[in-house]
Design a protein around this ligand. Structure first.
Ligand SMILES: Cc1cc2nc3c(=O)[nH]c(=O)nc-3n(C[C@H](O)[C@H](O)[C@H](O)COP(=O)(O)OP(=O)(O)OC[C@H]3O[C@@H](n4cnc5c(N)ncnc54)[C@H](O)[C@@H]3O)c2cc1C
Length: 440
């Protein structure tokens, strides 16, 4: 197998790596790679920090292993290779009445990447994480053998693989249980929330299947924490979805594109576009689930220095007080972009290192400007002292000590992973930075 040197970044473009990359097209070629040297997998590189980076090492790019292997139209069980994207699955099977039970906010993510981060969607409070809908995984391990894992057989290895950031091996393929959908359109109801307490109450009280909040991270005073709640239900409408045309960001944007006055003005207009009494709209599934995917390379809007994403989840007991504190600091710093999300999370988790817990999750982007890294570090500290967690798929600045206290099953995960990969062939920049695998 040919290895090509490649410089690459996570989606936030702050952290970088130079690695030797193999890009096998068939499972047999992937096996050949492993007889030479086992190496961590990369998917579509939609994780923001260093989860998929392996500087000065090797990685296996899985994006050409993107075939559907089998589909049962009666039960909705799909078997597919690890490099298939969520959009591939949705656009192929929604017309046949099935969709992934859980989808992250981008359809570019691969099946392998969604399992490795045990991603959550706008229905986590009801449907749990992606891994809870995975029936089996074919995992190519460091010893060159492929093993089939299910929640019952090889249970510990299954739990360590789901959300295990690629440390048990390469997910060659997986079987997932999809959920029925009878239309390509979704009914979305949007309402304003005038401040944080009201917003959290609305999120708690919502009985909608899908529920997500946009939050104005520039608002201050009585408006602190205001935003827009979106509640959505699948429909049976047979109208054709109008898919918006994709656009591309042709170059890195200049620094002023997301300057504080521009963001404040944008947020004000965005908030006020929803009438005080709320409104309902029909949207295509793609527009609702992957609102940013229509703008290819939107990460270039932050300029060539890139951006940090901060995402925490906070338990119910500390969420309101901590969110108020965080939002005050964020609006005071004037560094937030318009992309800020507040969601309710439930108890669902399929792996030792699954991110969500019962509570609230806040996610925000910060252009990599002076002060941004310090602000994110401060938010990480607040998360740790509130008993919350930061998300490996997004993080680039947390410390090993902070993270060790956030993930109660970390030691169990380390035992399984270090036994499965004793030579630590699958370590990445993330696992080294956060000492996730523990002492050797
Ligand atoms: C716009 C946007 C919105 C997002 N919204 C959400 C959201 O709502 N919820 C959420 O949970 N996440 C969200 N994310 C994060 C994203 O879903 C995850 O980072 C996901 O893991 C990305 O998948 P990927 O294929 O790009 O994987 P990569 O980023 O390439 O890799 C991520 C991790 O998966 C491992 N990996 C990848 N493929 C394999 C494989 N075949 N076998 C073993 N390990 C593998 C890598 O080693 C790495 O550790 C969002 C990201 C973006 C850019």
């Amino acid at each position: 197998m040919r290895w090509n040197e490649m410089e690459y970044t996570g989606w936030g473009r702050v952290l970088k790596a130079k690695a030797q990359v193999a890009r096998p097209e068939k499972p047999a070629a992937l096996k050949d790679v492993f007889t030479e040297t086992p190496a961590p997998a990369i998917g579509a590189l939609r994780s923001y920090g260093d989860t998929a980076l392996n500087d000065a090492g090797k990685v296996v790019n899985m994006t050409r292993l993107d075939r559907f292997i089998g589909f049962d139209a009666k039960s909705g069980v799909l078997e597919a290779e690890g490099g298939v994207t969520i959009t591939d699955i949705l656009s192929t099977f929604a017309p046949q009445g099935w969709m992934p039970a859980v989808m992250p906010g981008t359809g570019f993510a691969t099946l392998g990447g969604c399992i490795a981060n045990d991603v959550h969607g706008k229905n986590h409070h009801g449907a749990g994480t992606f891994g809870e809908h995975v029936l089996s995984i074919d995992l190519l391990m460091a010893d060159g053998e492929t093993r089939t894992l299910t929640p019952k057989d090889n249970k510990n290895l299954f739990r360590a693989t789901v959300g295990g950031v690629g440390q048990t091996g390469v997910i060659v393929s997986a079987k997932i249980q999809m959920k029925p959908c009878s239309s390509r359109l979704i009914q979305v109801d949007e309402r304003r929330a005038n401040g944080l307490a009201e917003f959290m109450e609305m999120l708690k009280a919502s009985t909608a299947t899908y529920c997500v909040g946009w939050i104005d991270a520039t608002a201050k005073g009585d408006s602190l924490g205001r935003g827009i709640l979106e509640e959505a239900e699948l429909t049976s409408s047979q109208m054709d979805p109008k898919l918006r045309k994709s656009r591309r960001v042709p170059m890195d944007a200049p620094g002023f594109a997301l300057s504080p006055p521009v963001v404040r003005q944008f947020n004000k207009l965005y908030f006020n576009r929803i009438p005080a009494e709320g409104r309902g709209v029909l949207r295509s599934l793609e527009d609702f689930f992957f609102p940013l995917d229509k703008i290819h390379d939107w990460n270039r809007l932050y300029g060539k220095r890139g951006f940090h994403q901060f995402q925490c989840v906070l338990p119910d007991a500390t969420a309101e007080e901590t969110l108020l504190d965080m939002l005050r600091r964020i609006s005071r710093a004037g560094l937030a972009s318009p992309l800020a999300v507040l969601k309710r999370t439930g108890t669902g988790q399929a792996g030792h290192l699954t991110f969500p817990m019962q509570g609230f999750t806040l996610a925000l982007d910060f252009a990599n400007a002076p002060g941004a890294a310090e602000l994110v570090q401060e938010l990480n500290r607040l998360t740790a002292s509130a008993g919350g967690r930061v998300y490996f798929a997004k993080d680039s600045l947390a410390t090993a000590t902070e993270v060790a206290g956030m993930y109660p099953d970390l030691a169990d995960w380390q035992t399984v992973v270090n036994e499965a990969d004793p030579a630590r062939a699958f370590e990445t920049d993330l696992t080294r930075r956060l000492n996730l695998r523990g002492a050797k």
